[in-house]
Design a protein around this ligand. Sequence first.
Ligand SMILES: C[S@@+](CC[C@H](N)C(=O)[O-])C[C@H]1O[C@@H](n2cnc3c(N)ncnc32)[C@H](O)[C@@H]1O
Length: 227
Amino acid sequence: MRMRRKRNLDERLQACSDLLLVKGRPMLNLREAAENFRNLLNYEDVFGNKNPVELEIGCGNGGFIREISKRYPERNFLAVEICSNVILTALERCKAEKISNVRFLNIPAEILPCYLPSKSVGTIYLNFSTPLPEKSREKQRLTSSRFLAIYRELLVPGGKIIQKTDSEEFFDYSLQKYAENGYRVVKVIRDLKNSEYAAENIVTEYERNFAEKGLPIFCAVVRKLNV
Ligand SMILES: C[S@@+](CC[C@H](N)C(=O)[O-])C[C@H]1O[C@@H](n2cnc3c(N)ncnc32)[C@H](O)[C@@H]1O
C-alpha cells in the first residue's frame, strides 16, 4: 500500500535543510548520474571537524541513526533514504533533539558516488534492507554485486559493512555475494537477540516488530578486502 504524502512535505523538508545535504537526483538516469555526475561533499565543511564518517543506507524513520550518533559523538554519520515522506520523520526528530553529528541524503543509494568521496566511509550499516526475493528485482537488492561494487568504492581500506535482517534467505544470499565481491565475512550471528552481542545492539524500528514476534535476527559483519 502506498504511503500518503505527508502534509506540507516540501515546506517541512525545507525547514530541515540544515540537516539535509542532498534532495532528489541529478537530471540524468541513475546509471548516467552514477558514472558522470560528481558534486562531492567536503566532510570538514559539513561537520566542522575531521571525525570519521559512517553511513546508514535506507535509514527509514531514523531511530538507529539517532541512537548510534548519541552513543558515538566522536564519529560523524550520514543517513541515506530514497523516500522523502519517510526521511522527513528522521530529519524532524534529529532536529528536535539537536543532534549535531548526523546529516541526511534523500537520494537512491545507487548515486552515492556522485556525492561521497571514494574511500571516505569507515562503516556502512544495512539495517533491514528490503529482501526483494523476486529474481527480476535482484539488481535492486542492497547487497547485490552492483551495490557491493559501490560500497567498495566508498569504503576506506579495511572498512566494514554491518548488515541486519529478519530474512534468512536474503541473509544467505548476502553472505554469498560478499564472498564473491571482495569482502571477508568476519562475523555471522543467526540469532542476535540471544547472542553475546545483544546488549550492544541498537534495535531499529523494523527490528522491534520482528523481535516482539520472537523471530530471529540475522547479523553479519564483513570487511572489504584490499584486492
Ligand atoms: C524495510 S525499511 C528499514 C528501515 C530501517 N532501516 C529500520 O530498520 O527500521 C528499508 C528502507 O530502505 C529504503 N530504501 C530501499 N531501497 C533504497 C535505495 N536504493 N536507496 C535508499 N534507500 C532505500 C526504503 O525506502 C525503506 O525506508
